[in-house]
Design a protein around this ligand. Structure first.
Ligand SMILES: C[S@@+](CC[C@H](N)C(=O)[O-])C[C@H]1O[C@@H](n2cnc3c(N)ncnc32)[C@H](O)[C@@H]1O
Length: 427
């Protein structure tokens, strides 16, 4: 791709475009960018490029002759290239990624004409210009910034300028979507964590999360773009259903906190248990269907200092039991094994209140579990769940827990088969 820029400020434009990625590509000969001083083509001694407008009015207009002479000089040096002369103008078609793709696809040579002052003599546009492009519906002092934007965005589509085609096909606007959020080191910055899914190295889960974020943020940030999307892909439609569902969940308006449960909290905790029991029944999960966990048991847990609550503001949003005492039933794990020789805590009896299901409370609860485990000197968290309790299994997997095998629970009279999960904690 060759680009010639006609401007009154060739040094400024050249300095910018010969920097960084595009500059390196130009040095390697992958693209060629030339900047031409329009003033060098005047026929008057003063090198005057502009004059007063006919009919009167404010400012000056660039004369057609220096522009035409500059363009002719450029064209004499071009042979056999598909050329396009473009005037950068607030009256042109608004520039988009689609325009960049078209220019890269259909031409090998672009001439970008930068106006200044009140613009250029209309007769030059009529006679010499193929197309007018605008950077947006606003007025710049000159066409240089717009020309640099066009040159940069077209050149980065030329093979070899970026490391890989994926560098630009995954970016915002390529296929009508915005890009997913990006993160780099450190993993925690000012208390904000990088999403867990990006750290685990599971490429298919990362790809799914990224696609979901693309759809989600396009809908949120650019509803106009989103309205133009045609979601033909089955997986995209599934992701959209998830996004809609998440959007209808309760918004967390108060800070979340956690602490040990007191006996005063038991009535609210029992409310949460009743709801969890009902939901499990509705999903055909034979877990918590007897009187486990009983009020008596939860009172004992609280008195033993091993029952915790998560609060949204002052309201209890979830509860859990966490202990550093080994769980005897975990010793007989089948179809797999635990990580050997790690001190661990066991998570039992946990549930999120009805109105907080699907909010970030469950994820927050697991982070609290990890914090407390560390405080107790543990390096791993172990937990079991019914084989049909898919939502718990998904929550665990999405938060870095791994399936380790099968164990039998002590829930007498009900299906005791449980899947065992473990998360090894970072120090
Ligand atoms: C002050 S402007 C002239 C505006 C012109 N009088 C009008 O109202 O249409 C000077 C030059 O800046 C450039 N320019 C201004 N706004 C632009 C935009 N949105 N996109 C591309 N170029 C622009 C054009 O090259 C233009 O000739």
């Amino acid at each position: 791709m060759r680009i010639d820029i006609m401007t009154l400020f060739p040094d400024t434009v050249g300095a910018v475009l010969h920097e960084s990625i595009i500059g390196r590509a130009a040095k390697k000969g992958i693209v060629e960018i030339n900047c031409h001083q329009i003033r060098d083509y005047t026929l008057n001694k003063q090198k005057q490029v502009d004059d007063y407008p006919y009919g009167g009015g404010y400012g000056c207009v660039m004369m057609a002759q220096p522009l035409k002479s500059c363009l002719e000089h450029i064209m004499l040096t071009v042979q056999g290239l598909r050329s396009r002369v473009i005037y950068m103008s607030p009256q042109g078609q608004p520039y988009t990624q689609e325009t960049a793709k078209r220019l890269k696809r259909d031409y090998d040579h672009l001439v970008l004409v930068c106006g200044h002052y009140e613009g250029v003599d209309e007769r030059f546009i009529e006679q010499c210009v193929d197309e007018e492009i605008s950077l947006g519906d606003f007025v710049l002092t000159g066409g240089e910034i717009a020309a640099m934007a066009v040159a940069d965005s077209v050149c980065r589509l030329v093979p070899g300028v970026l490391a890989d085609e994926e560098c630009y096909t995954g970016e915002s606007h390529w296929d009508g979507l915005l890009e997913y959020p990006q993160y780099t080191r450190p993993e925690i910055w000012e208390g904000r964590r990088v999403p867990e899914v990006l750290i685990k190295g599971d490429h298919s889960r990362v790809a799914r999360w990224r696609r979901k974020m693309q759809l989600k943020r396009t809908r949120e940030k650019r509803p106009d773009m989103f309205a133009r999307l045609e979601l033909k892909d089955k997986e995209d439609r599934k992701l959209m259903e998830e996004i809609e569902k998440e959007a209808s969940r309760r918004q967390l308006t108060e800070p979340l906190s956690y602490g040990k449960a007191s006996l005063e909290d038991i009535p609210r905790i029992m409310e949460i248990v009743d709801y969890a029991r009902q939901t499990l029944r509705e999903h055909g999960v034979d877990q918590w269907q007897g009187d486990y966990p009983s009020e008596k048991q939860l009172r004992q847990d609280a008195e033993g200092g091993e029952l915790y609550v998560v609060r949204h503001g002052f309201e209890i949003a979830a509860f859990f039991f966490l202990t550093d005492k080994p769980e005897p039933s975990y010793e007989d794990i089948t179809d797999g094994k635990w990580t050997p020789d790690v001190p661990y805590c066991v998570l039992h009896r946990s549930a999120v209140a009805r109105e907080y299901r699907g909010s970030a409370v469950a994820e927050y609860m697991l982070r609290c579990v990890e914090d407390i485990t560390r405080q107790l000197g543990g390096r791993a968290v172990r937990v079991d769940t019914h084989k049909k309790n898919k939502s718990m299994q998904n929550l665990l997997r999405n938060n870095g827990f791994r399936y380790r095998g099968n164990v039998l629970a002590n829930e007498y009279g009900h299906d005791p088969a449980r899947q065992a999960f473990e998360k090894i904690l970072k120090k």
